[in-house]
Design a protein around this ligand. Structure first.
Ligand SMILES: Cc1ncc(COP(=O)(O)O)c(C=O)c1O
Length: 365
């Protein structure tokens, strides 16, 4: 069996042709492919507007500026995520305030109200690993307290909540197209989705130095546009995305079926009436995580840890805010016990059988 990587981004001839065509025939910046990609992404997600930007981090950053986050305004988010979630709040001159997670790897909504202060302006849930956050409860809290909600959808393209795509469930959704995400633009890229025309227009201004019309700058903006060539590749990737999400769901079902008898691991939450995860990552938990990771590596199965340290315990967050271990026990447990098994659309049943066999072998030694 060849080495099985943790992820395996697709770049095929159709994407190559689209890239060359865009490079030869369009403006490098804000060419026609950018508009088309945005239109198609809005249709895919079911939002009125989609505005592309240069990364998922920039999507989150600009979304908070568009939502008028004041200097020092607090945004409630989650301790267990990629650091970009919290960094984007700092980039927007705000202050991140963390909640712990629940057993579904997502923000524990029961902690949110207790974290609201006079300075709180927004909530930023993360649909981590493709598992939707409890957005109805979050929107209720936000409405009662006059807060904005920005979904971090970097890992949740294609994730459904009550039949609707994540990124359509709040004020704005922020997607990443980094190489290993559910879809990529074969480089950095991001998208903000919204049903609010004013917010969409503001993101467009912010990504392009606040320029409109030409040579007139009404607000302080950034260079944060998606390159045309990346948008052209993104359009082709988007065509495949529904099929890829289906493959991820099937792979996840197979993993669950084959691993349900292993007492030493806990499996990720499955589909419910309300939630249909996209399984960006297939995250398992085991107290023997580090040994299992090593064992599988020896057998040619490369697994990763997302994330070994909860954000508040990163050196810079400890330094800035004085967080101490013990404050977010569930995030801490996840960081010590979780690992993701290989997960990508072209992972085949033979490979999943092999991975499962090796996991059984490890626990039966
Ligand atoms: C949860 C989460 N938020 C934000 C980001 C930032 O996206 P990007 O890497 O495109 O800036 C990522 C991905 O890297 C992520 O996984």
């Amino acid at each position: 069996m060849d080495v099985i990587p943790p992820a395996n981004p697709v770049f095929n001839k159709e994407m190559e042709d689209a890239a060359i065509n865009a490079l030869r025939n369009e403006r490098f910046i804000l060419g026609e492919s950018v508009n088309k990609f945005e239109e198609e992404f809005a249709i895919y997600t079911g939002t009125d507007y989609a505005v592309s930007v240069s990364s998922g981090t920039n999507a989150l950053h600009l979304a908070q500026i568009a939502a008028d986050l004041p200097v020092g305004g607090e945004v409630i988010t989650v301790a267990s995520s990629y650091i970009a979630t919290a960094n984007s709040i700092l980039h927007a001159n705000g202050t991140p305030v963390f909640c712990d997670i629940n057993d579904e790897y997502i923000i524990d909504v029961n902690q949110i109200t207790g974290k609201i202060s006079r300075r709180t302006k927004g909530i930023m849930p993360v649909h981590l690993y493709g598992h939707p956050a409890d957005i109805d409860e979050i929107n209720d809290i936000a409405n009662k307290n006059d807060l904005f909600v920005i979904e971090d959808c970097a890992q949740s393209h294609g994730t459904l909540y009550k039949g609707k795509m994540t990124g359509t469930l709040s004020d704005m959704g922020c997607f990443s197209f980094y190489s290993t995400k559910n879809m990529t633009v074969c480089g950095d890229g991001g998208m903000v989705t919204t049903n609010n025309e004013k917010l969409a227009e503001k993101i467009k201004l912010l990504r392009n130095h606040g320029q409109y019309p030409k040579d007139v700058h009404t607000i302080v903006g950034y260079t944060a546009r998606l390159n045309t060539v990346n948008a052209a590749i993104g359009r082709v990737q988007l065509k495949y995305l529904p099929k890829w999400i289906e493959s991820r769901r099937n792979a996840s079902k197979r993993y669950c079926r084959l691993l349900s008898d292993v007492d030493d691991i806990s499996l990720p939450p499955g589909d419910t009436e309300i939630k249909k995860p996209s399984y960006h990552l297939f995250e398992i938990k085991t107290k023997k995580r580090d040994e299992l990771l090593k064992y599988l590596k020896e057998k040619g199965i490369i697994c990763l840890i997302h994330y070994p340290t909860p954000i508040p315990y990163q050196p810079i967050y400890k330094k800035l805010f004085g967080y101490k271990e013990g404050s977010f026990p569930k995030s801490e447990e996840l960081s010590k016990q979780a690992m993701d098994l290989p997960m990508y659309p072209e992972l085949n049943y033979g490979q999943i059988n092999y991975i499962s066999e090796k996991i059984h072998e490890f626990f039966n030694r």
